[in-house]
Design a protein around this ligand. Structure first.
Ligand code: ZN
Length: 352
């Protein structure tokens, strides 16, 4: 790969925590290059990744059975059950501890970042930066005490729900083709959570939220609207993707959408098929740019949490995406916005 193609990239979403040796038995060493999964420090460096939002997420206590229904060209996954907040808190604390151990072991090659200054300093010093995100807020009780505690532990981004209900709101069940308008909006506790995040300067992520929940956040939040990992519903009508109206609201709020590389949300046919050409990816991203403008599109890969297109494969393949965007005609200044600058602008406007 031409050195010219190695643009500095910040990624809006990954699930690497789930696979860390520090978190689970048989997990991977983040500091050693692997061919499993999508993200570790060596592959991040190969791909030009300078850092990202690392999602803490409590998986269901038991894997659900027979929850996928397919019919004709569509699919539907039964909505996941709510999880026990005490269990969630235990998982999140274990993930936070695992990440802290990775950062400590990395001897300066990896740093925490909780401000744009810290991200920029990391980049300057050649250190990879981790920004802490919470995907689904079950670990936070109705009194929000744990929100303050996690904020003190550098939490700077939070999605009120994953694709399941909790005390704050309702996630979308995974389905295609289907509208994201799948249920009620935020609860009173959910509205309180949005206010608290605004007050603390924690970014609110609308990914996985149903459409009414999205509009509740849009009406209440004083910060730019952000989807850390999502695509366009007009191109791939899955529940996880954003309608044109939602995209317009995000643009109007000076927010950003992290383009999700998850093949079943990128492909118009929603097939779980890694043989997804770069053309399909660029075409989808161009639709987002048409709707949002070049200041409101960024990357939210979902590395280690989704099936990646084979031409990108993992974090080391990001220069393939950058190269394809250049071939498509996006200039250097625009590519830098998608890769890094749009995230930094939104962080600056959101974090205190
Ligand atoms: Zn997700």
């Amino acid at each position: 790969m031409d050195q010219h193609d190695k643009v500095a990239i910040f990624d809006g979403h990954n699930d690497a925590i789930q696979h860390l040796a520090e978190y689970r038995q048989g997990g991977r060493d983040f500091l050693t290059r692997s061919d499993d999964g999508h993200l570790d420090l060596p592959r991040a460096r190969e791909g030009g990744l300078i850092g990202g939002l690392f999602a803490m997420f409590a998986k269901p206590e038991r894997p659900p059975e027979n929850d996928l229904t397919t019919s004709g060209t569509g699919y539907e996954v039964r909505l996941a059950e709510p999880i026990d907040p005490v269990y969630a808190r235990g998982r999140i604390d274990a993930q936070l501890e695992a990440l802290n151990r990775v950062v400590a072991r990395a001897a300066g090659q990896i740093r925490w970042a909780a401000s744009v200054d810290e991200i920029e300093a990391g980049r300057r010093d050649g250190a990879f930066v981790m920004v802490l995100h919470l995907e689904g807020a079950e670990a936070i009780g109705p009194d929000l005490n744990n929100l303050e505690r996690l904020y003190a532990a550098r939490l700077r981004s939070l999605g009120p729900v994953w694709s399941r209900p909790n005390i704050f709101g309702h996630g979308v069940p995974f389905a295609y083709p289907r509208s994201p308008d799948t249920g009620p909006g935020l609860t009173a506790a959910g509205l309180e959570l949005v206010r608290a995040c605004n007050r603390l300067g924690i970014m609110i992520d609308v990914s996985h939220l149903n459409e009414r929940g999205f509009w509740d956040v849009a009406a209440l939040s004083s910060a730019p609207l952000v989807a850390t990992h999502a695509c366009a519903h007009a191109v791939c009508p899955s529940t996880r993707n954003l309608t044109d109206r939602q995209l317009a609201a995000i643009r109007g709020s000076n927010g950003v959408v992290g383009f999700n590389l998850c093949v079943n949300d990128v492909r118009p046919d929603a097939h779980l098929d890694e043989n997804t050409p770069l053309d399909t990816i660029v075409h989808h991203l161009c639709y987002l740019v048409d709707r949002l403008g070049e200041d409101h599109v960024a990357l939210g890969s979902d590395f280690d949490g989704a099936v990646m297109p084979r031409p990108i494969k993992d974090a080391s393949g990001l220069p393939q995406l950058i190269g394809a965007l250049r071939v498509h005609g996006f200039g250097d200044a625009t590519v830098r916005k998608f890769a890094l600058e749009n995230w930094l602008r939104v962080f600056r406007l959101t974090w205190r």
